[in-house]
Design a protein around this ligand. Structure first.
Ligand code: SF4
Ligand code: SF4
Length: 505
């Protein structure tokens, strides 16, 4: 089921480094059973790459779990937002997320009744065309859960338009103390595999590859068992597992392109164009199958809560849960001794208002780390930062250039290749925060991969065949099967998923 080769990029941080917390942490083996029902949720209208959705509920409105509370404006590059709790809308106002994004947000007080929309039930038929599959995913508000939150439907449509051959699923979660993706694989392997297979078929890929660390034996076993089951429904797909070394930041698309295909993806280029492949996060695939199979929009996610004396937990929470509610359910120690990080402890952002900071669609981990101040000294030219930089630039030299205002020279040294991984700051014995300075420079005016989706959105992505978006009263998810079920193939050449009607895994 997998070839014998072990893939990897060079450098980075790897086992033996102090960084390898999550492997030593007991929570890898813990069964994810905890669910948190927060007293309220804060739903930002922009949790994704693109423009914010527009609130379609008003203060005082009663809402049900699964209901859409924010819709993109017509023609906007955006995704809808749904509530994962039932209750009352208490406020709609602008908030600022820790990453600096200002966005309208809908505040909902949870009535703890867990009243769901009637439409959230398994789809009566799973015969969906490619266009309908992408339509369901778009209307479910799904965006990439592991990175920049690129709308999944737009990325699928682009991959289909470019006729990629390989569909890659990133199961390589390598961030310290972060195992939410790995937990998703162990808890819901069939959903991950079926979601990936359905999406791979929707884009017309011939190969479906799951990328996972060779050391993740439990997760591999779960994937292999699910792949065996899925092969019955997807005989035409070549499904394989590709093994990678345990290393941080394994899984970043440019590093995957180099490791798997030996190709260099320059800044602004896409993995579709250079490698004929498209890469998705495994938790995103789980969300896709929930939408396709069970008609459930993106309204909850698994989050790792890690660090501190309580070890680590993985919890299933409604999107919008305030960070304080996670902490209240897990920590008893004095929080003033800790830093709360929104994200992982290498690349995340420290927050000081957990009460008003929500879990968003891309939040895979909340890290709690002890407050320590590393004494800052001058660079001692040890070379550790260059040794670990995964894109092979010299952070100390670039840092010096930037400090002297020599931006052009820093660019020539490769500063714009920085992927903000945080490795250089982590290893620096002089306590120099190299990452902030270099990443800030690299991200200034950066053309990220998603921009090609924005540029091409009107021209290349054919949304004309997708159903019109619904109004506030109903779920955004329609049962497209009523029309699609009668035909095996479509005139437009789209692909029909070969599921049995009503089949449930
Ligand atoms: S310079 Fe950028 S890519 Fe290189 S180690 Fe530092 S943060 Fe990572
Ligand atoms: S790791 Fe720190 S001290 Fe060592 S060369 Fe890099 S900047 Fe200088």
């Amino acid at each position: 089921m997998s070839d014998r080769k072990i893939y990897s990029f060079y450098k980075g941080l790897f086992p033996g480094d102090v960084l390898n917390f999550s492997k030593r942490s007991p929570f890898v083996k813990e069964i994810m059973l905890e669910r948190i029902y927060p007293r309220r949720v804060i739903l930002p209208m922009k949790m994704h790459y693109g423009v914010p959705a527009v609130p379609i509920v008003g203060k005082g409105d009663l809402v049900k779990a699964g209901q859409c509370v924010g819709l993109p404006e017509k023609g906007a590059f955006s995704v809808p937002v749904h509530t994962g709790v039932s209750g009352k809308v208490t406020d709609i106002k602008e908030i600022t997320l820790p990453n600096g994004i200002r966005t309208p947000a809908v505040f909902i007080e949870n009535d703890m009744k867990r009243t769901r929309l009637d439409s959230l039930k398994p789809r009566s038929s799973l015969k969906l065309s490619a266009t309908e599959t992408i339509g369901v995913i778009r209307n479910a508000g799904i965006c990439g859960m592991g990175g920049e939150g690129i709308p999944t439907a737009a990325k699928l449509a682009r991959a289909r338009g470019k006729a990629v051959t390989d569909f890659l699923v990133n199961c390589l979660q390598s961030e310290p103390y972060s195992t939410s993706d790995l937990t998703a694989i162990v808890e819901y392997p069939d959903y991950v595999v079926m979601g990936a297979a359905a999406c791979a078929r929707a884009v017309g890929a011939a190969n479906l590859y799951f990328l996972i660390s060779k050391d993740r034996k439990v997760e591999r076993a779960a994937l292999e068992a699910s792949i065996s089951r899925a092969k019955r429904d997807f005989e035409d797909l070549n499904i394989e597992i590709k093994l990678f070394r345990e290393r941080f930041p394994q899984g970043y698309y440019r590093l995957v392109g180099k490791a798997l295909y030996g190709k260099i993806i320059e800044e602004g280029e896409t993995i579709e164009d250079i490698c004929d492949a498209v890469l998705f996060n495994c938790s995103t695939m789980l969300a896709c199958w929930e939408a396709i199979s069970d008609n459930i929009p993106m309204m909850s996610r698994i989050v790792s809560l890690s660090g501190g004396s309580s070890g680590g937990h993985n919890v299933l929470v409604p999107i919008g849960t305030p960070v304080s509610e996670l902490l209240a359910n897990s920590y008893s120690e004095d929080s003033s001794e800790n830093r709360i990080i929104w994200g992982n402890c290498l690349t995340g952002i420290e927050i000081d208002d957990p009460e008003n900071t929500p879990i968003i669609k891309m939040t895979s981990v909340i890290s709690v780390v002890r407050k320590t101040e590393i004494p800052r000294t001058a660079c001692i030219h040890c070379g550790l930062c260059s040794e670990c930089c995964p894109v092979s630039i010299s952070p100390n030299i670039i840092f010096e250039m930037l400090a002297q205002g020599l931006g052009q020279k820093a660019s020539e040294e490769g500063a714009r290749r920085c992927i903000s991984c945080g490795c250089c700051s982590y290893v620096c014995p002089a306590g120099i925060d190299l990452t902030s300075a270099i990443a800030e420079f690299a991200n200034r005016g950066k053309v990220i991969e998603a921009n090609t989706l924005l540029d091409n959105n009107a021209a290349d992505l054919d949304y004309s065949m997708l159903p019109e978006q619904e109004t506030a009263e109903a779920s955004l998810l329609e049962d497209y099967s009523e029309d699609a079920g009668a035909e095996e193939t479509k005139d437009d050449g789209s692909i029909v998923l070969p599921f049995d009607g009503g089949k449930k895994i």
